[in-house]
Design a protein around this ligand. Sequence first.
Ligand SMILES: [Cu+2]
Length: 326
Amino acid sequence: MTLLVGIFVTLASLWYGQNHGLMPVAASSEAELVDGLFNTMMTIGFGLFLLVEGALVVAAVRFRRREGDMGDGEHLEGNIPLEILWTAIPAVVVLGISIYSFDIYSRMGGLELMNHDMSPASAKAVQVAYAPDSLSGDSLLSKAGMGVMPGMASEPTLAVDVKGLQYAFIFTYPNGIVDGELHVPSHMPVTLNLNAEDVLHAFWLPEFRIKQDMIPGQETKLAFNAIREGSYPVVCAELCGPYHGGMRTQIIVHSADDYAAWVDSRLTAMVGGDTAIANLPAPPAERTDAEYLGNFVAPMQLAVAPESLASLHSVATHGQHLHHPG
Ligand SMILES: [Cu+2]
């Protein structure tokens, strides 16, 4: 019986670990690494869930009080082998997951950026890092972030500067192209140099499983390798003001040829005198309520009736009148 239960729990956990459906598509090689770790934890977690909840249900049914039984339960004084077992198993599981996750972190390039020298000059950089006035561009903390995966460092990379500001992302490409959307070729390492214009923002690519703070006056980095063509959301993940929820754009992963064609078309437009930044969202002040709420309605597939919008608006106007009579 124990053997059958063990086989069932193992098979069910292995199946659920691969079929939980909790993650969006994996569009970068980093995402595959992260998902491997996440699926392992789901497998272990689901197995433990079945064992613990199963034991609970079996005990509740099997040892329930029978009709007319007024006696005390059996007196138990502890069980040393059992206690060793239920201490040892979680210890091994936690140790295994921590080694695995550290391995993923280093394979994603997380350790590359820790290879800084601790000479007096860089120690000074640590001291000034908390005083933005005296911050130098290449101080120690300015290199925080996820680095290029080891082994990719020798390949050609695309470096894009990204500026976060209330409430948009602006991407500046090596050849001077400026755009409100991030275009990248697939299967080429991309390095993003992140910066913020005004307040803290965070650059989040859910389908790439990476996220990084954007800090005014201090550059952070994010590197990834796109493996799946398509359009994916870019989301600000740091509450940065009243229109934070509308601060999103998209990353478009092209084939190498399509990317070259996109660069050509943008360069041609620039030569033609078109210097406007493409694909930027309109500033909040210039958007109607309906346009602004569209940021939330479409992705969340909500149905908002025009009447509810109108009533929201009148409440807001009424509130202003209360605070500013006359
Ligand atoms: Cu933001």
